[in-house]
Design a protein around this ligand. Structure first.
Ligand code: ZN
Length: 426
């Protein structure tokens, strides 16, 4: 079977999309085999060479925006057990993940808009190379929309017998069924409200990164989520669970899936923002809307929703697909409660946490999609801002955020109780 290079690229593309979706849940350890293990990723200025221990079958690349990245999918390759550090200025980080038994993905974070030039695989099939060519912002965005670039294979490369992995299509929302539910902590009274705290990003997905000190969003979100959990456990007034209590990756649907399956009364996803402008600072609370409140909110939604792509859950490649979340009328009440909690959070946490002036924004964020769980996404500050990053990474800052969130949660459920007819307790 002629696989890949010159043949029907649209069929290949379709097959890949299917595989990306189907295998999103199966991204585990690389299967053993005779495939070429990645032995090196050399980035010298604008020239990238990826070397393998054995011959690979083929490769393609595509661009991602917000943040700007080059993703390489290499057939017949296995990820390496070690990390690679880029040299030069064009690329800031190199990450790798096994898309499935036969395909490795390498993601290169770009410093500035660039495209791929001269993509080729060496004659022996044991390395591939390309150049990173600077382009304008506009050109980059149009290239992102163009889809994959296929690497030219050497003429003498005979397609080796391909052991295609059978594709089993698993609808993405079903992912949540496969994961075990986290422990519920805090009050032992099952009648108490349950709050699920979600530490954004994790595992292969670092989230936003501070360019100067390397502070990663996934680390601060986890520390903040844990601080909030501890604060709520101490208060004893609610029950609390974390979607993740360590450095692991969850797709966005798993995150709200956990909240729904536990029957959470409130879902809070913790994040840290990033902006080109290093002066941007302060916290923002996001609630779900099918239309973004402004361009910035739309950009943020595109970025946060793309968290899944890093691990191969390509929701169709266009942010538009992910963003067009239809909101059913039955969600109205959840949305109203979410919006009221957003305002409360700012009021109660403002003494401890600096907020932006426009502190409540709306965006079509995938992680807030649970129709029956009031949900907010709390961008606790800008990891790209020096002062905010220091605050977010400090124990003191994390505890201040936790205190503010816990106060808002207390008032929120006390109000609810009062509205429900003033039942005893509180
Ligand atoms: Zn985030």
């Amino acid at each position: 079977m002629n696989f890949g290079w010159t043949a029907d690229t649209s069929a290949l593309h379709k097959r890949r999309m299917l595989q990306s979706l189907a295998l999103a849940t199966l991204m585990t350890v690389a299967a053993p085999g005779d495939a070429g293990g990645i032995s090196g990723v050399d980035v010298q200025d604008d020239h990238v060479v990826v070397r393998f221990s054995g011959r690979v079958d083929g490769a393609s690349a595509f661009l991602l925006d917000a943040p700007r990245r080059i993703a390489l999918d290499i057939d017949g390759a296995q990820i390496a057990g070690r990390n690679f550090a880029p040299a030069g200025n064009a690329i800031t980080a190199v990450r790798q993940g096994q898309l499935n038994g036969g395909t490795a993905r390498v993601v290169l974070d770009l410093t500035s808009p660039a495209t791929i030039g001269n993509p080729r695989i060496a004659d022996d099939g044991k390395s591939l190379s390309f150049s990173v060519q600077s382009v304008t912002d506009g050109r980059f965005r149009s290239e992102v929309g163009k889809g994959r670039t296929h690497f030219d294979a050497p003429a003498n490369m005979a397609p080796r017998p391909t052991k295609r992995i059978h594709s089993i299509t698993v609808p993405i929302p079903a992912v949540a069924r496969g994961i075990s539910l986290p422990a519920v902590e805090g009050s032992h009274d099952g009648a108490r409200p349950l709050v699920v705290i979600d530490a954004g990003h994790g595992g292969h997905d670092p989230g936003a990164i501070n360019r100067d000190n390397g502070e990663r969003e996934k680390d601060v979100t986890l520390a903040i989520a844990q601080a909030i959990r501890d604060q709520l456990v101490k208060s004893g007034r609610v029950r609390v669970a974390l979607t993740r209590d360590d450095d692991k990756f969850l797709v966005l649907q798993e995150r709200y899936g956990i909240a729904r399956r536990l029957g959470a009364d409130l879902f809070i996803s913790i994040h840290a923002d990033a902006a080109e402008n290093a002066d941007a600072h302060g916290a923002t609370v996001y609630t779900l809307s099918e239309t973004a409140s402004d361009r910035e909110a739309a950009r943020l939604a595109a970025r946060e929703n793309k968290a899944d792509i890093i691990n191969g859950v390509n929701m169709g490649g266009q942010s538009g697909d992910v963003s067009s979340i239809l909101i059913d009328l039955t969600q109205r009440e959840s949305l109203n409660i979410s919006a009221s909690f957003a305002r409360l959070l700012q009021r109660e946490a403002a003494p401890y946490v600096p907020f932006r002036t426009a502190y409540h924004r709306f965006a079509s964020l995938m992680v807030l999609k649970a129709p029956d769980t009031p949900s907010i996404l709390f961008e606790t500050g800008y990891i790209s801002n020096a002062a905010d990053a220091a605050f977010l990474a400090s124990r003191e800052g994390q505890q201040k955020i936790a205190r503010g969130v816990a106060r808002a949660i207390d008032v929120h459920f006390a109000r609810k109780l009062a509205m429900a007819g003033g039942a005893a307790g509180g």
